[in-house]
Design a protein around this ligand. Sequence first.
Ligand code: NAD
Length: 479
Amino acid sequence: MTAQQFDVKNGLYIAGEWLGPDGRETQAVLNPATGQPLGDLPLATKADMDRALEAAARGFDQWRKVAPQERAAVLHRTAALVRERAEELARLATMEEGKPIVEARGEVAATAALLDFHAGEAVRIYGRVLPRPTGTRSLVLHQPVGPVAAFCAWNFPVMNPVRKISPAIAAGCSVILKPSEETPASAIAIMRCFQDAGLPGDVAQLVFGVPDAVSRHLLASPVTRKLSFTGSVPVGKHLLKLAADTVMKSTMELGGHGPVLVFDDCDLDKTLDLLVTHKFRNAGQVCVAPTRFHVQEGIYERFAKGFAERAAALKIGDGLSTDTQMGPMANPRRPEAIGAMIEDAVRNGARKLTGGEAKDGGGFFFAPTVLADVSLDAKAMNEEPFGPIALIRPFATTEDAIAEANRLPFGLGAYCFTENGRRQNQLADEIEAGMVAINTVRLSWGDAPFGGVKESGYGSEDGPEGIANHMITKAVHIA
Ligand code: NAD
């Protein structure tokens, strides 16, 4: 696929119709590997958003009455189309977001699996019958909440839109999705899969615009009954305040600051291989990225050295080259922010073991960076870096490590490496996080809840919980 084939011109999908620029403002989409424009995206007007809301209201009325088996069939067909179009989807994601093509292919495969999982769950939405005196009973019904306004970030351009649309329509809701304006082509291609799989036009809409204007408009409408957001903590708090006006049900998948607790009984080489790959996945722009590496004193220096050697050896380049191990950052905001965090950490006493600079070459590249002895006062130790920077510190006891893991107001993903079974249970019990990985780095599986605690959010996605979060509960008493 070339830049000529990258087409976002008719990117708004409202009431079953693809709409183009005609009289609308547009926004350029950039290739992060070159900084050059790939295409112009039309932005929705207020009238477009009102049309989308009307369609979502109609779509909900229609879709909630459709048999779960038919909803499941549409999801299975969408999964099949995602697999059929996998290479096109992966290339779009790499071109507009920058991630290496192998990562993009993995994202597409996981996306298809999630669609199939939701299809399976759509037919397993049960209620309860409560016994009462003979001839009477009470029922507990689970019903779709209503039209969903969903907003997602640019870091998983294929998976994020599906994480929003798929559980909503499995539950019987309609949805208006505003993906990131920086990665629209993948979302458009995903919406075409839903359309070609037979999802009625009013059931899912795609809009782009000025994020704050779109979210204010959609969340102020009485049509919208649920907010679903993936993005930063500050934006999440802002949207929750808007949602409070109508006491709207919400799913918030916000940022984290992933602690990694590495104990001196771990398999060090295996741990380092796993962690370095995972740290620099998507150039560190992952909500569950391992961020703070707390390493037990006995293996601290060996860990830091091994980490830096592996990081320095990574091949950086355009994600479309098959030998690239880390691509550019997705937009020009992050390299700047990361550079400032590194300077601040070094000023606070951190030792720079490798990296530390943006890389020349036109795109938004930043060298994989490893800092040791990072002070707890460093900004990067307290704010989510969202970039290719590893922060390493020593600890002495299990209790110290747990206290450190729980120090921040975030609680998304946490990682532990230890062969001691008793300690594994203690870590699983005491770490404040929505997801804990022990001797693995994989936290995301279609059948498991994905989400955070504390300021990282609530209302998990994926798993049966993801669909349950799109339902209301109704008690019916029949005498
Ligand atoms: P940002 O907070 O400005 O934007 C994040 C996403 O939210 C974007 O896709 C944006 O379009 C959307 N957004 C922003 N304001 C919005 C609004 N008022 N209404 C609706 N949507 C809105 O930050 P950024 O510079 O794009 O990304 C950097 C930060 O975002 C990171 O520090 C990280 O915390 C966070 N982030 C988190 C995730 C995640 O998966 N949890 C993903 C991407 C970014």
